[in-house]
Write a protein that binds this ligand. Structure first.
Ligand SMILES: *Cc1c(COP(=O)(O)O)cnc(C)c1O
Length: 368
């Protein structure tokens, strides 16, 4: 059986699905054939058997360890991607006559707002549409615009498409819900400040098809019970994420990624590595500030998605071509920002950021 070596793989700057740790992929190659010496591969095991019990229990325990998740919270592995949460949250928690606060910081929150409006009233205390979402709001500018007695506040901690992030969670007296799909476990997270945190796995945690949800049990207890079973958080909690057949392979990979995070030293160590990688790229942007135009305002710069442009769309294309010739893939910006986006999630290697920064300097010197 041939194992792909690092030299055969190229630098993958994809926004998601995205780069996974090589040790995880290597382990998965083995376990696809036979996991835990059971004589059966991970994808072929019953979701109610002993081997999968071990896999999901370990994944949950490691998740709790990584983020200090207390017993007040349930850890769920759900399906339908982060996008399903956009509807499931208001379906459960946006009760009749209540309003939910949704600062709008990008395309994903725009979608979440649209889905919430299907179920109830939405207040948007900040809307970044007019500045093309190049920053996130401060608490000061949202003060006075929040709803008294809001059902909850929903925000997106890292805006994948625009490359912005909140330094700290926004302040509110309402239960706080965070879409942290594109930066889950990339830096320490204050779980206790939130009623719920969720993330589609395919950016930073594993393959597509599984969504990690960390949900305070007493908040889950306030949910509307008049919803179909698969949309009922309480039933998922009771069923231990096995209300039906869960995405077993995705949960398994997520568990391996959690073990990798712990082996790397946990979130404080991971945050340091990510900051160093992001700095390499932002330094290259700032050194050639007349040539590269960063999309995000500096205080809001994401450490996961680095977004910038060259002076013209033609030069953007030339840059992408040169990058491809240098074994770098996935750098094309989203259509709503254009330009270039380097997604450098946890597992993306430092050497890849060095290579891109060096390419950026050469390209600016030749074309600036
Ligand atoms: C990718 C992404 C989503 C959508 O995730 P799906 O799993 O495709 O539904 C939602 N929110 C954010 C912040 C994302 O980056």
């Amino acid at each position: 059986m041939g194992t792909a070596t690092a030299t055969e793989r190229i630098f993958n700057f994809s926004a998601g699905p995205a780069t996974l740790p090589e040790s995880v992929i290597e382990q998965a190659q083995k376990d696809l054939w036979d996991i835990d010496g059971s004589g059966i591969g991970i994808m072929e095991h019953s979701h109610r058997g002993k081997v999968f019990d071990r896999v999901i229990d370990q994944a949950e325990a490691d998740c709790r360890k990584i983020a200090n998740v207390s017993d007040d919270y349930a850890v769920l592995f759900l399906q339908g991607g982060a996008s399903t949460q956009f509807g499931q949250i208001p379906m459960n928690f946006l009760h009749a006559g209540k309003t939910a606060d949704y600062p709008n910081t990008g395309e994903w929150t725009t979608k979440a707002i649209k889905d919430a409006k299907v179920f109830g009233k939405v207040n948007v205390p900040y809307d970044g549409t007019s500045c093309n979402f190049n920053r996130v709001p401060t608490d000061a500018e949202m003060a006075g615009k929040l709803t008294d007695g809001a059902a909850y506040m929903h925000y997106c901690s890292n805006n994948t498409i625009f490359g912005t992030r909140y330094q700290t969670a926004p302040k509110t007296s309402a239960p706080l819900i965070c879409d942290t799909s594109s930066e889950m476990f990339s830096r320490p997270i204050d779980v206790n400040a939130h009623a719920m945190i969720y993330a589609g796995a395919q950016k930073n945690l594993g393959p597509s098809g599984v969504t990690l949800v960390i949900l305070r049990k007493d908040f889950a207890g306030t949910a509307n019970q008049n919803v179909m079973a698969m949309m009922n958080y309480g039933k998922h909690i009771e069923g231990g994420s096995r209300l039906n057949t869960p995405p077993t392979f995705g949960i398994y990979i997520m568990g391996l990624v959690f073990q990798w995070i712990l082996a790397e030293g946990g979130l404080t160590a991971i945050e340091k590595m990510n900051a160093a990688k992001a700095k390499l790229l932002y330094d290259a942007v700032d050194e050639h500030a007349g040539f590269y135009i960063g999309h995000s305002e500096k205080p809001c710069r994401s450490h996961m998605n680095v977004t910038f442009r060259t002076p013209t769309p033609e030069l953007d294309s030339a840059f992408l071509k040169l990058a491809a010739a240098n074994r770098m893939d996935g750098l094309k910006g989203h259509r709503s920002t254009g330009g270039i986006r380097a997604s450098i999630y946890n597992a993306f290697p430092h050497s890849g950021c060095e290579a891109l920064a060096s390419l950026m300097r050469d390209f600016a010197a030749k074309n600036g």
